[in-house]
Design a protein around this ligand. Structure first.
Ligand code: PGA
Length: 246
């Protein structure tokens, strides 16, 4: 079985550098991507040897053509020069709570790819019926406008049904069958947009209430390349168990 990746999305946590360093050290294993807040990225990097670092967001502005006058933003160039490898894009919390649009997501994806970073494109609906497939199809198509066939293999797609994310009210974890169904669906769209060979090279991961108890069930799915973990990636015991149980 190919090694699967674990993406730890700390979201707007922890509140201190001390805690961030502690979490980083515990999580420091191969095939782990630690997506820390920008504030801690450099220190996290200095405290790990095996894991990679990722950002949770980025600006779509290209400083070499558009200059640097964008207060509060972080560019892909800054991430690339600071040894960041991955960037989460289009997380549902940004799409829904922060009103990030498909157009912005697409611009970010293109900028990320142009700097040879890897986007982790999150897609997923808050619906559980047929409408969710339409929504996901639209999210994928709009996010990948203008992406070249040679670039698609560098994109990780995270299937994150909004109803399965642990912090959402009345969330209910997905079952492995949901993840497998979504993986097949996503690949079908990628085949239509690109071709079968390239579509099969895209890493598709699952996210939503993954913890030490269910991680194996998702990771063992053929076609699923790993998991994206939120809440459990902030808990010491959970991290240790997840790394052991994967
Ligand atoms: P969760 O978060 O693991 O806490 O459900 C996942 C995510 O939102 O990326």
């Amino acid at each position: 079985m190919k090694t699967k990746i674990l993406v730890f999305n700390w979201k707007m946590n922890p509140s201190s550098l001390l805690e961030a360093k502690k979490l980083a050290k515990i999580s420091d294993k191969k095939n782990v991507v630690i997506c820390s807040p920008f504030l801690f990225l450099n220190e996290v990097k200095e405290n790990i040897k095996n894991a990679e670092i990722g950002a949770q967001n980025v600006s779509w502005v290209n400083p070499s053509t558009d200059g640097g006058a964008y207060t509060g933003e972080i560019s892909c160039l800054m991430l690339e020069k600071n040894k960041c490898k991955y960037v989460i894009v289009g997380h549902s919390e940004r799409r829904f709570a922060l009103k990030e649009s498909d157009v912005e997501i697409n611009k970010k994806i293109k900028e990320i790819i142009s700097l040879k970073l890897k986007p982790i494109l999150c897609i997923g609906s808050d619906k559980k019926d047929k409408r969710s497939e339409k929504e996901m199809e639209s999210q994928i198509k709009k996010a990948l406008i203008g992406v070249k066939i040679s670039e698609i293999k560098n994109i990780v797609i995270a299937y994150e049904p909004v109803w399965a994310i642990s912090t959402n009210k009345q969330s209910s974890p997905a079952v492995p069958e949901d993840a497998k169904k979504a993986e097949i669906f996503i690949r079908k769209i990628l085949i239509k947009l690109f071709n079968e060979k390239e579509a099969l090279r895209v890493k598709i991961i699952y996210g939503g209430s993954v913890d030490s108890k269910n991680i194996k069930n998702f990771i063992e799915i053929n076609g699923i390349s790993g998991v994206l973990v939120g809440g459990a990636s902030l808990k010491e015991e959970e991290i240790k168990k997840m790394l052991k149980n994967r």
